[in-house]
Design a protein around this ligand. Structure first.
Ligand code: 5FU
Length: 275
């Protein structure tokens, strides 16, 4: 069995500028940790990002939950992304017809395509959602993730839905760089060793926690070891496990949790590639 390629080797082989950039940051910072910063005030948002930035390859946002949003937030976010060397992923979960998602991606208050290196979409409308988003994002060198699975109890994204998501991605691999999923999905034909063929989709995985199994609203957590080593995923996405309670940001605690998850994710990856 050939050795599993490192992030750095995959970065060299990858054709997508967005995927290549992400794989390069992962290798450079030795971090496969994406921090999800789901807080509602600009000041807290920027404070958490400044603290976790050194430990993260990617910062995931839900920009529409910021109550006091104004365009300066984007400039500050971009400055932090340069200062700490991370990419930005707006978790927008587009789900409409091509024409509408193209407008939602390019326009409105948030102008997501202008600052978010990576975004995501539900495959539910069919392939036209990808072509709609690609019409905006591809010329900018952006990358798209399809939601092939979700972390929540009772998710409908299973079985043939997941398979179709993979098929849609393959047909549009000039813009789709990977999936939000819970595992490598070898049963639907993704190679265990991404990068071994021409095809190399990234698997980014939410629902990661070291101290809790879930929340009261259907979220389910697994550990970095389960996600990266046992399930073959590439990037762990961690929110509340790191920033804790959003109404009271404890800088010291946030920093030590970011460090802890970064170490756990990287150790799981090192075990995976040495197998
Ligand atoms: F696609 C998904 C999914 O299947 N599960 C998720 O939890 C996305 N998420 C996001 O990851 C969700 O919207 C949150 O922003 C984040 C998980 O946050 P947590 O605080 O780690 O539970």
């Amino acid at each position: 069995k050939p050795a599993i390629l490192s992030y750095g080797e995959r970065a060299r082989l990858h054709k997508s500028p967005a995927a290549k950039a992400l794989l390069e940051v992962i290798e450079r910072k030795k971090s496969n940790l994406c921090v999800s910063v789901d807080v509602t005030k600009q000041a807290d948002f920027l404070k958490v990002i400044d603290v976790v930035g050194p430990y993260a390859c990617l910062i995931k946002t839900h920009v529409d939950i910021i109550e006091d949003f104004d365009p300066s937030l984007i400039k500050n976010l971009q400055d932090l992304s340069v200062k700490h060397d991370f990419l930005i992923f707006e978790d927008r979960k587009f789900a409409d017809i091509g024409n509408t998602v193209a407008l939602q991606y390019s326009s409105g208050v948030h102008k997501i395509a202008s600052w978010s290196h990576i975004t995501n979409a539900h495959p539910v409308p069919g392939p036209s959602i990808i072509t709609g988003l690609a019409s905006v994002g591809k010329p900018l060198g952006r990358g798209l993730l399809l939601l092939a699975e979700m972390s929540t109890k009772g998710s409908l994204a299973t079985g043939s839905y997941t398979e179709e998501a993979v098929r849609m991605a393959r047909a549009h691999d000039d813009f789709v760089i990977g999936f939000i999923a819970q595992r490598r999905m070898e049963d639907v034909g993704l190679l265990e060793n991404a990068g071994e063929s021409e095809e190399d989709f990234l698997i980014l995985t939410p629902g990661v926690g070291l101290d809790s199994k879930g929340d009261s609203m259907g979220q389910q957590y697994r550990t970095p070891e389960q996600v990266v080593l046992e399930s073959g995923c590439d990037v762990i996405i961690v929110g509340r496990g790191i920033y804790g309670k959003s109404d009271n940001v404890d800088v010291q605690a946030v920093q030590s949790q970011a460090e802890r998850y970064r170490t756990a994710g990287w150790e799981a990856y090192q075990k995976r590639i040495s197998h």
